[in-house]
Design a binder for this molecule. Sequence first.
Ligand code: ADP
Ligand code: MG
Length: 699
Amino acid sequence: MRPDLLNPLFAPVTALPGIAAKTERLFRRLLGRDDVPRVLDLLFHLPSGVIDRRERPKLAEVVPGRVATIMVTIDRHRAPPPGRSRAPYVVYASDETGDIALTWFKARAEVLEKLVPVGERRWVSGTVALYDGMLQMVHPDRVVAEADLAKMPAVEPVYPLTEGLSAYGVRRAVEAAIARLPALPEWQDPAFRAQSRFPGFAEALRSVHRPTVPADLSPESPAWSRLAYDEFLAGQLALMMVRARMKKAAGRATVGDGHLRDKLAAALPWRLTASQARAIADIAADLEKPERMLRLLQGDVGSGKTVVALFACAAAVEAGSQAALMAPTEILARQHLKTIAPLAEAAGLRVAILTGRERGRERTATLEKLAAGEIDVLVGTHAIFQEDVTFRDLALAVVDEQHRFGVHQRLALARKGHAVDVLVMTATPIPRTLVLTYFGDMDVSELREKPAGRQPIDTRTVALDRIDDVVAAVGRAMAEGRQVYWVCPLVEESETVDLAAAQDRFRDLSGVFGDTVGLVHGKMRGSEKDAAMARFSAAETMLLVATTVIEVGVDVPRASVMVIEHAERFGLAQLHQLRGRIGRGAEKSTCLLLYKAPLGEAAKARLATMRDTEDGFRIAEEDLRLRGEGDVLGTRQSGLPGFRVARIETHAGLLEAARKDAALILSRDPELTSERGAALRVLLYLFGRDEAMRLLRAG
Ligand code: ADP
Ligand code: MG
């Protein structure tokens, strides 16, 4: 149960004074919530910058273009002439060194006569400009009486906004949220806190929302670091609690005699790479141990993870059990099946598929065989989670592309069997620093080398206005028998618009190349997608126009050219995934990144990285570095996915400490029943990691 003291923070934002119920939708968007935005979400809506109002020059010293706070005497008002309401309302003011015009548009005279009465002195703060040789301040941000200077924050936080909410409205909402902060017990270790110079949690929040110097708002500040540490600690605790629970549910020793793996090895048309062999051995050793396996298999695109997974499945089957291989999309599930099927058949493994598409009698038959143990390996999508899917004896679950699934899904799969071992595969090379944040305390196997015989991909960047040259080059490649992917990007938020772009391109290219052009996109029905892929795979079509549905998994070794339109709109990781679809066969491959000029600095750097390297791990590190930069005021800050305050580029160093801290805490107090444990439960709720708490309750 959530501690009562947190209730004020879990109230909806619309319960705060001054926040109208009709703005709920706007706050929902601002705070990135799918459901009712809460007071707590406002507290974690950190400023993206500050306005520094500490500069207090005389008018003669003012530097145009900068924010200044100036003490002036109001000399006279000049209202816009009658009938010209668009003209500004100008208030002339001065100090002993010069004059300034304060201007307002669409202002009401009564309001200004009260705000800046003639003959009185006022502090005015805002950006000063030089206009027609005269100092001018358009719409001063702040105006206060001489005695009220203290009421004006010298350093003012600036918040990311969303259309429809004013800076003032958001600031006021955050202020109201801060006023609701209850006294909370300290969950951090006192010695660690003292050594890190961390303020308390509430104090840290106040400090970032009410900075007194701009440095208070730097992610490196003790206040922000404290919050990031808390977030990491909550995440690590939750992951470790899940892991502890999975391990506790007594593992089992899955020991095979090797006969199926021997057959698989004999059926392979090539040799395993050294890292594949090592990963297979590591996994087999894990399976044989009586504890639960939780291992991450990381490998660049095309590094051969599926084969490793198949050997793992074979080991489970040798021991008389079953295995499941889960993919995030239907295309990918079918791709796995295709890679696996010939080898599995050679080894005598019985494989079946279950996705949302298998229905009716076919599905019933599969489920019956599965329950009877007549299927050894089930390949599929989310459909495997469905209630009525029961295994005779599931011992191993392989989950591909885990970062698209959540922790609770990992648990759901584990519940499908008794003491299920879990192998997570990811084709997105995740920097070491991030493995922990995403996956927690897992054992890791990496496939770092490419299978022998692969050629490097020749990657080039080309401006979009040379698209005619690109089409001609693609035509020449096709004439040589090379197959081509043509990727259309996500242009708009709306899928329909994206779809239209892909369909237009399909029409254009069909106009040039005729019916050798195919199209595949996310809105197609499964069977249509498969048919389009199958035609391409069989080389009936030579050019496949696609949206990013081909991002993962699709494997057509003969395809050796890829064109990516608007490459500047993709993230590095995504470009890398896409490009991984080529360079799989023995021939030379080419990737053309079409960009719309002019490119911003960050986009330029991203594309240069793609040109320079194919090493997915390097690309991932670079991605992380570049993502930290180019934060635009007014957009949602680019934190880590799933994190609200931690910024990996700044706080990565804290992660390891949080991990150790969490391990120590749970070794001493696994149920969080001590006094500190109670405080840590509060922490878990604050960062939305309370699903781990439910596990504690379940025992
Ligand atoms: P990943 O899932 O890591 O992207 P796959 O397992 O799909 O990669 O393998 C990509 C392709 O490489 C498949 O066609 C697979 O049969 C082939 N392959 C896997 N391992 C090797 C190897 N050691 N030598 C040559 N080809 C391999
Ligand atoms: Mg694969």
